[in-house]
Design a protein around this ligand. Structure first.
Ligand code: ADP
Length: 257
């Protein structure tokens, strides 16, 4: 049995193909989200990688912000359910999942079977999301992928007191004008994101082992800052960004059975 999950995000599109709900045959991530050719490209990339065609997929589940507009899915499932399932597959010991994507942040509690028990979400404000990091990386003149390594060199992180992304951007510009080191500004940016998302997570309680999912989990600076805010280690799997698509492929396998 071959199944597929496609995560149509606000910022990026991901696809995972599974054999028998157990073995990952292909995975793809494209940095273009809903309303762009990204979702179709992620699907095609994964199919090509697996050497398959769409009609060989027994069940396809779409998830993510743009799941309802993705053509050709057999079912749609919300991303909170899919992230819980995906992270359970990658890191079975996790009971709390912090998912930071391009335009929102969520904290999930999951059971020892990966079932969603509870969640909280911020999708009203760019602070504490990938968007905040993308804006700040642009101000610093570096790609967002470079923020994590840069902040690792910080010795004296700056403080960013404004929560609002627009005001925080002005604050970063002031720090630049005052001659602060880029590494110290990057570390301050990560602390700002981590503080905001940690406060969100604490609203449902942070229990057991904590894992991060979503694209921002690839930013080691945010992971370090989150560990400092929550005062506990954070588990990150190299496929953390694909957790939603993987969860969708796992749920597709359940439905196909
Ligand atoms: P979506 O909400 O579209 O599903 P993702 O979960 O893929 O978004 O997260 C997108 C965010 O992840 C981007 O805004 C960016 O800040 C961050 N990101 C993506 N790739 C990387 C990377 N390689 N290194 C650091 N951050 C990344």
């Amino acid at each position: 049995m071959i199944t597929m999950g496609v995560d149509v995000g606000s910022t990026s599109s991901k696809a995972v193909i599974l054999r028998d709900g157990k073995e990952i045959l292909a995975k793809a991530a494209v940095p273009m989200g809903t309303g762009t050719p990204g979702p179709g490209q992620a699907l095609e990339l994964a199919l090509t990688q697996a050497g398959l065609t769409r009609d060989q997929i027994d069940c396809l589940v779409a998830t993510g912000y743009g799941r309802l507009t993705f053509p050709g899915a057999d079912h749609q499932v919300s991303e909170v359910t899919c992230h819980g399932r995906g992270i359970h597959f990658l890191l079975p010991e996790a009971r709390t999942v912090i998912d930071i994507g391009g335009q929102d942040a969520k904290a999930l509690q999951i059971s020892d079977k990966g079932k969603l028990l509870n969640f909280v979400m911020n999708d009203k404000c760019a602070a504490g999301t990938g968007r905040f990091l993308d804006v700040m990386a642009k101000v610093l003149g570096i790609p967002v992928e470079g923020l994590g390594d840069l902040s690792a060199q910080s010795e004296q992180p700056v403080s960013i007191s404004n929560v609002c992304t627009v005001f925080a951007e002005s604050e970063v510009i002031s720090h630049l004008a005052a001659g602060a080191k880029l590494s110290d500004i990057a570390a301050g940016i990560h602390t700002s994101v981590a503080r905001r998302v940690a406060a969100l997570a604490l609203r449902i309680g942070v229990e057991g082992q904590v894992a991060m999912s979503g694209g921002v989990a690839l930013n080691q600076g945010v992971v370090r800052a989150m560990a400092a805010e929550l005062k506990r280690p954070i588990l990150v799997h190299e496929d953390a960004q694909l957790a939603g698509a993987l969860g969708a492929a796992l749920l597709a396998a359940e439905r196909a059975r």
